[in-house]
Design a protein around this ligand. Structure first.
Ligand SMILES: Nc1ncnc2c1ncn2[C@@H]1O[C@H](COP(=O)(O)OP(=O)(O)O)[C@@H](O)[C@H]1O
Ligand SMILES: [Mg+2]
Length: 281
């Protein structure tokens, strides 16, 4: 059964600082979707509104015509998998036990052989079987990221949300993981939604791209429709040349567009980047 997400006129504010404004879009089917946009634009916040970590200030998030506010936490965990932005999470556990936590929504009292099979299959799929008995805390950042990805996958969700899942991976593994995520969307009929900073990898593999600017959706469509020289200038402030490679857009960055005065004010502040972006909104 394919899942549908319907977001209707969603607005979200942290305290009284508005971050997301009037977001409306629908997604359904077994698709691989990328969310793009500059730092601080509200990508992670949007994902948190979908998986119920945050409650929208206004508007609704519907999963198959059910408002997420009416879905229990345990039920949510079976529907929506979430791979958080690679934080410095530590687990004093082996890799197997860390990944096994993803089976939590299904478990009763004890771990079943079936749960372990799913965990080992997933480790193998990600090429990290050899890390199974290692302690999570002694792995590299890239290995951490693959383990957290495995934890999201063993949840066997209908919708998988990933917050920059490849940010610590080298190019080869970025390609591998992104390709694997797209294949997964087909094989298991999952709606995979990934926040990505790598425009070219998103362009190469996505069925759809959601481009955000200033807390709103700037453009939604196929990579060809959304990843254009004009949109990249408007949204990221970069001059680029977009060529076609194997039928998909490929971006060659040329230069940063000189900043407007507003942007310069923001740049001049020495506050943490994300905070200064709230102030600029
Ligand atoms: N917990 C929080 N409290 C207050 N402001 C926040 C919090 N988390 C994020 N923000 C602000 O909300 C805006 C959007 O953040 P975020 O969704 O993390 O952006 P992105 O993921 O696109 O980089 C940023 O300006 C950020 O500073
Ligand atoms: Mg983010």
């Amino acid at each position: 059964m394919l899942m549908q997400i319907k977001i209707n006129d969603l607005t979200f504010s942290y305290s009284s600082v508005p971050v997301l404004k009037n977001i409306t879009f629908d997604l359904s089917g077994s698709k691989f979707v990328s969310i793009m946009g500059p730092n601080g634009v509200g990508k992670s916040t949007l994902i948190h509104c979908i998986n119920k970590i945050l409650t929208p200030t206004e508007g609704t998030v519907m999963l198959d015509d059910q408002n997420v506010t009416e879905i229990s936490i345990k039920e949510m965990a079976k529907i929506v998998g979430y791979v958080p932005y690679s934080a410095n999470d530590t687990f004093p556990l082996t890799v197997v036990d860390t990944v096994l936590m993803g089976r939590h929504p299904y478990s009763k009292w004890n771990t079943l052989d079936q749960d372990l099979d799913i965990v080992y299959d997933t480790l193998s799929r990600l090429g990290i079987s050899h890390l199974a008995m290692r302690s999570f805390n002694e792995l590299s950042a890239g290995q951490h990221q693959k383990v957290m990805l495995a934890r999201g996958l063993v949840q066997e969700p209908k919708i998988l949300l990933l917050d920059e899942p490849t940010s610590n991976l080298d190019v080869r593994h970025q390609l591998d993981v992104t390709k694997m995520l797209r294949a997964l969307s087909r094989e298991k009929d999952i709606l995979v939604i990934m926040i990505s900073h790598d425009i070219n990898i998103a362009a190469k593999y996505s069925d759809e791209v959601i481009m955000m600017k200033g807390g709103t959706i700037y453009a939604v469509g196929t990579p060809k429709e959304v990843i254009t020289e004009n949109n990249l200038r408007e949204v990221y402030g970069v001059e680029s040349v977009v060529i076609e490679d194997m039928g998909m857009p490929h971006v060659i960055l040329r230069d940063a567009v000189p900043m407007s005065e507003d942007d310069n004010v923001e740049e001049a502040k020495s506050t943490p980047q994300e905070e200064s972006e709230v102030a600029a909104e």
